[in-house]
Design a protein around this ligand. Sequence first.
Ligand code: NIG
Ligand code: FE
Length: 423
Amino acid sequence: MCKTQVILFHSFAIAMASTLIRNIKLLLGTRQADERLVKGESMKALPCIENAFLLCENGAIVAFGKNEDAPERADETIDASGRLVLPAWCDSHTHIVYAGSRESEFADRINGLTYEQIAAKGGGILNSAKLLNKTSEEELFESAWQRLLEMQAMGTGAVEIKSGYGLSYEGELKMLRVIKKLKEKSAVCIKSTFLGAHALPHEYKENRRGYIELLINRLLPQIAGEGLADFIDVFCEKNYFSVEETEELLETGARYGLQAKVHVNQFNIIGGVEACIKHNALSVDHLELLDDNDVSALKNSSTMPVALPGCSLFLGIPYTPARKLIDEGLPLALATDYNPGSCPSGNMNLVVSLACINMRMTPEEAINAATFNGAYAMNLSGTHGSITVGKKASLIITKPVSSVAFLPYSFGSNLIERVLIGC
Ligand code: NIG
Ligand code: FE
């Protein structure tokens, strides 16, 4: 069995180095620089070039086109005969900084308990928070680093990572500092999200307001001062944070320059989607439940809906109604939600397969959602998510395959031969 090869382009290490990929059977996701997202009917089209070449220099895409127009030579040449080349996955929703694991809850669920029942008896997010607060920054970094390497080998070139298992002043800062170190060390492009409002910690059970004030008055100023986050998130859900609390947090986050990406409509519809849109959220994530009001609100917005089919699979909850969203003319992004409780997997290839199998997305729609729209959901449209001159050369080269549909069809197989990460 051959292992996927991961090539990192460190521009400082190979100044002026050029890599030519030639004889590409299909170069997928070719787009113009001014495109930002794809929605509705257009999601069915995955622009491509047959029998193509692609030239990268210093980790960036500098040219692509028909193979006959390929340059004569480059510092390195890769023959991609029979293979597809596509943009690396853009995973816009993860929680990969965590301590320990929660397989005992997995067994509890098999025995009949729901995610919410497990949380109510002290498991769930609070369980992870207890473990995280006992774990050193170094250990957290090391375990997250290993997860990131695995994701990279599975084709992920850009990823968003959330805090939210600290749930204390020190714990949240510790998580965000780990994410900052991951950003500094990894070739994968990383965005950081402050999710202090992930669950109400035990110590604040009788003092909800105290916790919200800790987030607003102490954590947000410190996080902004240290430049530790790009976005703000809230778990807007019954028994977690109300719509009013969500609005207050998003409004405060915005004052510190943090745009919102919000967990909403996972188990209940409580009016969160409209509230997030009102606060100009970049994305609303989960949406396993969705009503007509949510759909109309999304239609009048620039907010990206994000589906997390790995979470639906793992928890046995409904899948985000992708057909309804796309058929109504809306965009959709796909992400893993990699976390210890509701989706312990960072495999975007599986996410794409699940979207096709269980959400009735076509292979082209699913790939657009996992690349181009995923980049939008991290504010990375200018650098990631498509084959565009000037963008990072973060690419997947597949093994020899018969067609695009063969990728999601072969669910569970590793069809990636090489991953190139331009940084
Ligand atoms: O996206 N729903 C909230 N947060 C995570 C799960 C976190 C956990 O169970 O540890 C999610 O599913
Ligand atoms: Fe999540």
